[in-house]
Design a protein around this ligand. Structure first.
Ligand SMILES: [Zn+2]
Ligand SMILES: [Zn+2]
Length: 964
């Protein structure tokens, strides 16, 4: 604490140092002490291709705030970090890199990227799987920890010693185990089914990876002539090119218009194939003409219809989005060319009945934006209905609580309508599906290890062919809550940290990830993966627009933390983070909170500089008094840390009783707010307390006393000039000034603790400068000291003191009233005398006791006291509250006009209030129904208002007379 405290707060000088300190000492590794409560959260693993953006920063800030908060309450906290291998994203980046190396001369840009991608895909096939995957690992080693380094710098209090990667050998073993077990139970199967196919990425993608966009298009009405030549049936379609794969026309069985048509046959235009007209409930009679074409190979609903009617499936579009041989004359055309050709030919033949405008929802690939093609393909699927049942139950029963609650309904709706999940991907980077094919007999083997022979035909002559596909990345992520803890082995971590307490994620991955973790957790652990799931908001710009590169409104977290400091950015996010509402974020907000960080720094510097002036022995006593009591160690949450619990005995001055009582309230409010994810309320509560109560009032109030202690030797420190109230509590220190110092240091230290979850760096820095005993406790636990590990429970209930709080607030009201009056009278720079009038003797006594502080803080020369309400008089009469009047003596400078308008405002306001109360009193219903004492109180209130009104009017009259 002898160190010089820099005058100017510069986060760049302190943040990297503490970030390093926390990691080097592995401070956030939970202890093995199982007697302490625990709190556990697993990070949503960022992709290895990821770079930190504002969404991560919000997510990590919210998580870190909660982790630090729980740690302060002496819980054993685990925040487990890690990264995801991001199958498709990583593969695309590596392909592009390969392409770029082969064609280095292209001008970088969108066109070059496309060319590099195509070239890279070609090179990938050329060099083969093994070399390509090696290349991906190399990329991962070199670039895959960008986000980790960024998290380290931003001070995320994770346990780096437990960092996991979804393709670690141990993790991969869990993936393999899950796949094999689900296959054994028939929950994973291989089948031909409609998948969403991205022709550009060359892989199947799941429903969730398809982004739907509204696009203007058409609805084409096409005539299908009956086979017997008697008329036709008109179908409406949004995708005319797929008609080449039609195998039926369907109508709703209840549709009277088509009663005669069902069972007859029509000729498929352009190709001449004969197909039946069938009836199926699935058809919506209100869509188009009520008759629809059935294309089982290119539409999931048609596929279902085909299943139940036993229709053939004709694939007319291939994996490159070109027309197949089944498309007859259209073979080889791209799907868009084919559409134009088909429409053109239908029109020529007079079979196009009508073309209407129609807004179509088009599915595009989340990764590359290409329009996905639903097509029939052989893939691996997971049966979801059975797996979904327990995951529905636990959310309905609240065993997993989803917050905000509106997401619960969205989750349940999705789960009730869940479809089988296509888990195979035609990619190379990822978990390879553990399946082998015997080409001799067609057997498919799924096993934990490479099988030596075919179970049906023995040692296969050509050997077994391994599956080429890998698993959807979300397959492995779904196991995150238990695979990271060592499953399938029964490790101590698994026993201790499963289920996790909480999961925090964005809405965009609720189904990709949240729902699947719940399903897999129930399936393999027979328990929920986490007890609460909090969905955080999105960070948008000041106009609530989505941040995007093209709009140029992106705030880069690394830039702003560099410029303003991590603490300021974190606090700005925290104070904006109300649940369920997107965050309107801006540089202005960060600047405002940078100013708050400056305020903390300056207050800290003032206190620390004065502390350094104290005599050595007084400082020693302070350090000892601030020391947590030996043997208590980390107090259980709620028990109250010793250094605050005993404060009630020391807070003998009114200002101390007030601030400790407020501190208790603030701690409770923050605790409640953080317990229900109201980060904004918690942040605002401590902001207001620190700035507007601790700095503006407490520090100002005690300034003379703490300065005095520094000027004298402790033995001769005088008693407090005013405000000392005798107390019968025991164990008081010998001097009031010592008490003032001790209380100030305690409150400041507690405020740092409360600020710490939001602002870890500045609080760590200032906390270390406070007088500390040898950190014996921390050392005993093999830890270096840190504010984040110092015990801080809730402040003891004993300091709750509503009477003192009310008294201090009355004094504040008096001071504020005096300041306002002076300002309105233009007397800011002067120290006039004033008079206080009240019929409440106890109040007058209170003011008299604290006269010196009141004079100093209000800027008054003298105060005199009158045991009655002040009579209206010219000038400066001010109502402090319902019981107290204040008059500033400075008549000659009174601005009569200003005074008159103030009185007129008072009068109007009183008249309004009187009218309201009158209305209530005149209400028969109220008089009959309300309890007697309520009616009496209302009457009393009316009388009081009338009295005040009389006085104001009197005073106004006096002003008027004078002017005349
Ligand atoms: Zn794609
Ligand atoms: Zn075989």
């Amino acid at each position: 604490m002898e160190a010089e405290i820099p005058k100017v707060y510069s986060p760049e000088a302190i943040e990297p140092r503490w970030a390093r300190y926390w990691i080097d000492r592995a401070l956030y590794r939970p202890s093995d002490d199982v007697s302490r409560g625990r709190f556990c959260l697993l990070i949503p693993p960022p992709n290895i291709t990821g770079v930190l953006h504002m969404g991560h920063m919000l997510e990590h800030t919210e998580i870190d705030v909660l982790m630090r908060w729980h740690r302060m309450r002496s819980e054993n906290v685990l925040w487990l970090p890690g990264t995801d291998h991001a199958s498709i994203a990583t593969q695309m980046i590596v392909e592009r890199e390969l392409g770029r190396e082969a064609l280095p001369d292209l001008e970088p840009g969108h066109a070059a990227n496309s060319t590099w991608q195509r070239e890279g895909q070609r090179i990938r096939r050329e060099i083969g799987r093994e070399k390509f995957v090696e290349r991906c690992w190399k990329w991962k080693e070199e670039n895959g920890d960008t986000i980790r380094r960024q998290m380290e710098r931003l001070g995320a209090s994770v346990d780096w010693t437990r960092a996991r990667f979804t393709m670690d050998p141990a993790y991969s073993r869990a993936v393999l185990e899950v796949f094999v077990r689900l296959h054994e139970e028939g929950l994973i199967y291989r089948g031909k089914y409609i998948v969403n196919w991205c022709p550009r990425c060359g892989t199947a993608v799941s429903d969730l990876e398809v982004v739907h966009e509204e696009r203007p298009s058409h609805l084409w009405h096409i005539r299908y002539p009956f086979e017997d030549g008697a008329g036709h049936i008109t179908v409406a379609t949004t995708r005319p090119e797929t008609m080449l794969g039609d195998t039926a026309v369907a109508v709703n069985p209840s549709d009277e218009r088509y009663r005669e048509a069902v069972g007859r046959r029509v000729v498929l235009p352009l190709l001449g194939r004969v197909i039946p007209v069938i009836a199926d409930d699935f058809v919506d009679p209100k869509f188009g003409t009520g008759a629809v074409k059935v294309t089982p190979a290119h539409d999931p609903n048609d596929y279902e219809i085909a299943q139940s009617h036993n229709l053939p499936r004709v694939k007319v579009i291939d994996e490159q989005a070109r027309m197949t041989a089944e498309a007859g004359p259209y073979k080889g055309l791209d799907r868009h060319e084919a559409r134009n050709a088909v429409v053109h030919d239908l029109r020529e033949k007079g079979l196009l009945a009508k073309t209407e405008d129609y807004v179509l929802s088009v599915g595009t690939c989340q990764r590359c934006k290409t329009v996905v093609e639903p097509l029939l393909s052989t893939q691996w699927f997971m049966k979801m209905k059975l797996l979904a049942q327990p995951a529905i139950r636990v959310v309905e029963e609240g065993l997993v609580k989803i917050v905000p609650e509106n997401y619960k309904k969205i989750y349940l709706d999705w789960m009730y309508n869940i479809r089988d999940w296509c888990v195979s991907r035609q990619l190379w980077w990822g978990h390879r599906i553990p399946a082998w094919y015997c080409d001799a007999c067609g057997e498919v083997v799924v096993a934990r290890e490479t099988p030596a022979s075919c179970p049906r035909c023995g040692p296969a002559p050509a050997g077994l062919r391994a599956e080429e596909d890998v698993l959807d990345t979300w397959f492995s992520s779904a196991l995150w809550p238990f695979a990271t803890l060592g499953w399938p082995d029964q490790t101590p971590d698994l026993g201790r940290y499963y289920p996790n307490d909480l999961m925090i994620m964005g809405f965009d991955i609720l189904f990709f990830w949240g729902a699947r973790m719940i399903m897999m957790g129930m399936k393999f652990m027979n328990d929920v993966p986490f007890r609460e799931l909090y969905i955080h908001a999105l960070v948008r710009d000041a106009e609530r627009q989505k941040m995007s590169k093209t709009k140029g409104n992106v705030i880069d977290p690394l830039d702003v933390t560099e410029t303003y400091g991590t603490d300021a950015v974190r606090f700005a996010l925290g104070i904006s983070a109300a649940p369920g509402t997107d965050i309107a974020f801006s540089i202005d907000k960060i600047e405002a909170n940078r100013a708050f960080a400056n305020k903390i720094w300056n207050a800290g510097r003032f206190i620390l500089m004065n502390l350094q002036k104290l005599p050595e022995n007084l400082r020693g006593q302070l350090a000892a008094a601030l020391q947590p009591l030996p043997g208590l160690g980390f107090a259980p949450a709620g028990a109250g840390p010793p250094h605050l619990a005993s404060s009630a005995r020391l807070g003998q001055a009114l200002v101390d009783r007030w601030i400790f009582s407020r501190l208790l309230a603030v701690t409770r409010e923050m605790s409640e707010a953080l317990g229900s994810y109201r980060f904004h309320e918690a942040a605002y509560t401590i902001y207001h307390f620190f700035w507007h109560e601790f700095c503006d009032w407490y520090l100002e109030w005690v300034k003379p006393e703490i300065a005095q202690a520094g000027d004298r030797r402790p033995e001769v420190v005088g008693s407090r000039p005013a405000g000392s109230v005798p107390t019968s509590d025991v164990g008081l220190p010998s001097s009031d000034s010592f008490a003032a110092w001790l209380n100030l240091t305690r409150v400041f230290q507690a405020a740092l603790h409360l600020l710490h979850p939001f602002m870890p760096f500045i609080t760590e820095e200032l906390w270390h400068q406070l007088p500390h005993p040898e950190p014996a406790l921390s050392r005993a636990k093999g830890r270096e000291s840190s504010i984040s590990l110092a015990p801080f429970g809730l402040v003891s209930d004993r300091v709750a003191d509503p009477v003192s709080q009310r008294q201090f607030e009355t004094i504040q009201e008096l001071i504020v009233a005096a300041r306002n009056a002076k300002a309105e009278m233009g007397l800011q720079k002067q120290e006039p005398a004033a008079q206080v009038g009240s019929e409440d003797l106890r109040l007058l006594e209170l003011f008299r006791e604290h006269q010196q502080s009141i004079l100093r803080l209000a800027g008054l020369e003298a105060l005199n006291f009158t045991r009655e309400r002040l009579a209206p008089n010219v000038g400066s009469l001010r109502r402090v509250n319902a019981a107290v009047d204040l008059r500033i003596f400075h008549e000659e400078q009174v601005d009569v006009e200003a005074e008159r308008s103030r009185l007129e405002r008072d009068r109007d306001k009183l008249e309004q209030q009187m009218a309201q109360v009158r209305k209530q009193l005149d209400n028969e219903e109220f008089r009959r129904r309300a309890p007697q004492e309520v009616v009496r109180a209302t009457e009393h209130r009316y009388a009081e208002l009338a009295e005040r009104h009389r006085k104001v009017v009197e005073e106004l009259e006096r002003l008027g007379t004078r002017r005349a």
